[in-house]
Write a protein that binds this ligand. Structure first.
Ligand SMILES: Cc1ncc(C[n+]2csc(CCOP(=O)(O)OP(=O)(O)O)c2C)c(N)n1
Length: 537
């Protein structure tokens, strides 16, 4: 009976487009392995740590644009998938979670490994079904693939060394993936938005590279100021540099000082991580916001409009009927270029400071690499400090809930063949997902570099909450970890020129804490000057 049920579950997974399965072993889910053992058309990756496995699956699902499944045993193993299920909900990435369970009669009995797995992921699963008994139909056709589908599969006690005679699964011909359709009124809504504002700011966050061309062409025509986050992948695009706002922290204040009082924000792509987006909450509804995004979350408490307005489809068809370039904007953007000069002076003055090291690091990453930004501080530092040369980098991050968990695994899942893959992570973020390396020998990518910026704790908090308990200060080195996983180890306090990547490497960058503190103090002085200017208005 177990074999029949497991077969129907796997067949349903394959019918809905699963081509990869991450299998985390345990006695209860062995019937799946008995079948997968003979299946060569579906790729199976093995990982003993379920939390990492689920994040890896999330990355693979994004990278392959097909749902990826994770199969785990019962009990706490099922609970380990929770963080990735939450992340997948907000990123709207398809993830099929298959949890083996004991027969439902054990539920609530306290019998070993009989947890409350029925609808375990609650709202985070967009589709849930419990499978029990041979006659139970497994059908995933109602899953919208915008997040998790959870199948909780109740199985009998597995038999020892039981390998059933093999009956191969059926593979359907590959379905063409159709582009998301444009909403009927999306062009009118966008047009109306642009007609009604005078001083727009455009914020571009995570984008599918397939939409880059249409986004750049739209932005070049619009001639509005642009906050281009690193994860947009177009931050360095040469056609957009003259419109780029570089001082990412005090945008509303400095713009209005130059006679450009922002009255509308057009967001393109994922929910922005920049502070300016959070500031919008406090300016409640005084600034109009419109989002063009492939996802349906507005990212604002006061604006829950039903999205998505797909980026590529919308911007491919839309030609703005006006542009926004004015004298005031020119003045502001000129000052912005001055900010950039002041920033470069700080890089030269404090070469060992963390932002200066990120700046130098961005210069040595080879053209056309994939760069994954792990947690908040590297993202903020990249946005502010990365060099502006257009290197055609593919930028990724996983910012559904801004967790520091599962970051190594998500990076590995998003890694690709035929280019260098670089992750930039904080030290606590690295420590969180040390088991994530497990899958590396099973991966089909040539090159992986993990950069750990080891500033001795969670330095994102240092300037806001300077209690040392918040920072989890430590003196851990990552050399042992790289040895453990067979990665070459490099330790840097400055970025050498002429670095050549090895196949698997971990680079530990140790910033100078004094220089970092001085850098931020001086940086704050630049801001204070802006605030003074603003208050003189
Ligand atoms: C799972 C999870 N737990 C806690 C947090 C809160 N948090 C945000 S950043 C951070 C510290 C990150 O430290 P580190 O990785 O060393 O990066 P740094 O800030 O030093 O760059 C913590 C604990 C979180 N985002 N996710």
């Amino acid at each position: 009976m177990n074999e029949t049920i497991a077969r129907s579950v796997l067949q349903a997974a394959i019918n809905c487009g699963v081509k990869e399965i991450i299998f985390c072993s345990g006695a209860r889910n062995v019937p799946f392995l008995d079948i997968l053992h003979f299946e060569h058309k579906v790729k199976v990756i093995h990982c003993p740590e379920e939390r990492s496995a689920a994040f890896y699956a999330l990355g693979r699902s994004r990278q392959t644009k097909s749902p990826v499944a994770v199969i785990v045993t019962s009990g706490t193993a099922a609970g380990e998938l929770y963080p990735a299920a939450m992340e997948s909900y907000y990123l709207q990435v398809p993830l099929l979670l298959i949890t083996a369970d004991r027969p439902s009669v054990f539920r609530g009995s306290g019998a070993p490994q009989a947890a409350e797995q029925f609808n375990l992921y609650g709202k985070y699963a967009r589709f849930f079904k419990e499978i029990e008994g041979e006659e139970c139909v497994v059908d995933l056709s109602h899953w919208d693939k915008k997040g998790v589908a959870h199948l909780n599969v109740c199985l009998d006690e597995p038999k020892k060394n039981h390998l059933a005679p093999h009956r191969p699964l059926t593979y359907l011909p590959k379905e063409e993936v159709s582009e998301p359709l444009i909403q009927e009124n999306s062009l009118e809504v966008l047009d109306l938005f642009l007609q009604n504002i005078h001083y727009p700011l455009v914020i571009v966050s995570a984008l599918d590279p397939a939409s880059h061309r249409d986004v750049v062409s739209f932005l070049s025509r619009l001639q509005a100021p642009l906050l281009l986050e690193g994860v947009s992948g177009i931050r360095e695009h040469p056609d957009l540099q003259d419109l780029r706002v570089r001082n990412i922290d005090r945008i509303f204040e400095s713009a209005s000082h130059f006679g450009y009082p922002i009255d509308g924000v057009l967001r393109i792509g994922g929910v922005p991580t920049a502070r300016v987006w959070r500031d919008l909450e406090y300016l409640q509804q005084r600034i109009a916001v419109h989002s063009i995004s492939d996802h349906s979350f507005s990212g604002l408490s006061w604006n829950r409009e039903e999205l998505p307005y797909p980026v590529k489809a919308t911007l491919r068809c839309y030609v703005p009927s006006r542009t926004f370039f004015t004298y005031a904007l020119e003045q502001w953007l000129q000052d912005e270029r001055g900010f950039s000069t002041r920033l470069h002076q700080l890089f030269a003055k404090y070469p060992g400071a963390e932002p200066s090291l990120v700046h130098e690091l961005s210069k040595i990453i080879p053209d056309k690499s994939h760069v994954y930004l792990g947690n908040s501080l590297p993202i903020r530092e990249w946005d502010m400090a990365a060099a502006s040369q257009d290197k055609h980098l593919t930028m990724t991050a996983s910012r559904g809930l801004c967790g520091i968990d599962g970051q190594v695994s998500t990076f590995l899942g998003l890694s690709r063949q035929f280019c260098e893959n670089w992750a930039i992570l904080g030290d606590l973020t690295m420590i969180y997902d040390m088991a994530g390396f497990w899958v590396v020998p099973q991966m089909n990518v040539e090159q992986l570099t993990i950069v750990v910026i080891n500033n001795g704790g969670g330095k994102i908090f240092e300037r806001m909450f300077p209690h040392k308990e918040m920072l989890n200060t430590h003196q851990i080195s990552f050399e042992g970890l790289s040895k453990m996983w067979n990665f070459d180890y490099v330790h840097w306090t400055s970025i050498p020129s002429g670095h050549r990547s090895s196949r698997r490497q971990l680079i530990e960058i140790v910033p100078d804490p004094q220089q970092t503190a001085q850098f931020w103090d001086d940086f704050q002085t630049i801001h204070n000057k802006i605030e003074e200017l603003v208050s003189y208005q």
